[in-house]
Ligand binder design. Structure first.
Ligand code: UD1
Length: 429
């Protein structure tokens, strides 16, 4: 019988240079916020270019538990969502604890029904991740929110949210998305100052506008939303996954070779591309995307600080560290978004890397070559960084706990092996 959580592992035999093309999927993080937008309308929302991931299945399950229906079509690349009539407003702990993005149903439920009960997600491997910015914003919009039995109980006073000016203390991605969705159906105008500017926010605003919302300023740090009475159905294409893109750009940078990333765009990853350039990796635009080229020589050390967009993404920090492990010289990586996001460092050290972690700073002194080892990771991006490290390591690298990867990378083995990597999934029997 299959276990609920796959304990499969991935085996990489390092040393192959990579050549060919890798298609980049639609963004996980965009799709996870676009799906709850279906709660804002009685009419169908169709998402194309959806990624095929277990996190998308978890969101499908959560929306299903609330009374929305999400049908997966064309092998999962099209999601048809609909939500009409009365719905359930309680998002249960059993689903929410699996994925923090479940909290993105709070704003839409409150806007649609005037109340919602959403479990707090709890801790995750990369840090505490509270929800105070979300709840403070919704409180300003006229919601009363208490925490009872591990659930946020939220109620709009008078049955309806109202527009407000909200100043975020930090440009939280999830809080920007929750408030933006809630504000589409609030009475009056909402302004979010110090809003997140990530491409996934722009993608959500584009979809909400297609549904009839009035939103300006997405992509800047001041977003203004004029509430409307109702939203209608729409069809929307999910933006390219910039984190999947950056991850696969690092594959030829680490292993050597020349790989074209189909659908890649520099504007999604400008700060990351600048760092690749400084490390001596060539990135060029092509008709169909981006091409990354590197010989098998060592790259140069670079310093990296993670920041909200347009800065260097925290979701690419682990993968960048895998590159810098074999650079000439010393690189300093500073993690400014999450307090505990260097769990990949001890695993990379087991592969022969020289890394010193102090609080939110990792100092990486490049070594000539990494050596394959059995490793495991406790989160999605850390897992893929170990595969990347394995591509250029001598011998075999076996990465355990592949279920993390299944959350965020579709067809990971075929995408790497399609460009010549020696990689396979070992099924736990
Ligand atoms: C989203 C992404 C995640 C990415 C992160 C930062 C999704 C589904 N996930 O997560 O992959 O790593 O952006 O780019 O889109 N914080 C608070 N209070 C809050 C909210 C956040 O203190 O109310 C803190 C968090 O603990 C964290 C930081 O702010 O330290 C960033 O969080 P946020 O931008 O909200 O990230 P997410 O939306 O959870």
């Amino acid at each position: 019988m299959r276990k609920a959580v796959s304990m499969d592992s991935i085996l990489v035999r390092g040393g192959k240079t990579l050549h060919g093309q890798i298609p980049i999927a639609g963004a996980k993080n965009a799709c996870l916020t676009l799906m709850p937008a279906t709660l804002l309308s009685d009419e169908p929302l169709t998402l194309t270019n959806a990624p095929r991931l277990s996190d998308i299945k978890t969101m499908t399950q959560l929306l299903g538990s609330l009374g929305a229906e999400v049908t997966s079509m064309q092998g999962g690349q099209v999601l048809a969502a609909s939500c009409h009539g009365t719905i359930n407003t309680r998002a249960e702990y059993d689903i929410v604890r699996k994925m923090r993005a479940s909290n993105l149903v709070l704003g839409p439920l409150l806007a649609r029904e005037g109340h919602a009960e959403v479990s707090l997600p709890g801790g995750c491997a990369i840090g505490a991740r509270p929800m105070d910015i979300h709840t403070d914003g919704l409180t300003k919009m006229g919601a009363e929110i208490d925490l009872r039995d591990g659930y946020l109980h939220a109620k709009a006073i008078g049955g309806h949210l109202k527009g407000a000016v909200i100043d975020f203390p930090f440009a939280s991605v999830g809080a920007t998305e929750n408030i933006m969705m809630a504000a589409t159906l609030a009475k009056g105008t909402t302004v979010i100052n110090n809003a997140a500017r990530e491409p996934e926010i722009v993608d959500l605003a584009t979809c909400l506008r297609a549904m009839g919302a009035q939103i300006d300023g997405d992509g800047t740090s001041r977003i203004e939303i004029q509430g409307v009475d109702r939203l209608h159905g729409a069809t929307h294409r999910v933006v390219t996954d910039r984190i999947e893109l950056g991850t696969y750009m690092l594959a030829p940078a680490i292993a050597g070779g020349e790989v074209e990333l189909i659908g890649g765009r520099i504007d999604l990853l400008a700060a990351f591309c600048e760092k690749l350039d400084a490390a001596g990796i060539s990135v060029t635009e092509t008709e169909n995307g981006l091409k990354v080229k590197h010989d098998t020589g060592r790259t140069k050390a670079v310093n990296v600080t993670t920041e909200p967009f347009p800065g260097f993404p925290t979701d690419l920090q682990a993968q960048m560290m895998a590159l810098l492990c074999t650079a000439t010289g010393t690189s300093v990586l500073e993690e400014k978004i999450f307090e505990n996001r260097f769990m990949h460092a001890p695993e990379l050290i087991r592969m022969g890397a020289n890394i010193d972690v102090h609080g939110g700073t990792a100092t990486v002194t490049g070594v000539d070559k990494l050596k394959g080892a059995q490793v495991m990771a406790t989160d999605l991006r850390a897992s893929v960084s170990l595969i990347l490290a394995g591509l250029a390591a001598s011998g075999e690298t076996r990465v355990a706990r592949v279920y993390h990867l299944d959350r965020g990378y579709e067809q990971v083995v075929s995408k790497f092996s399609g460009v010549g990597a020696d990689i396979e999934r070992i099924t736990d029997s």
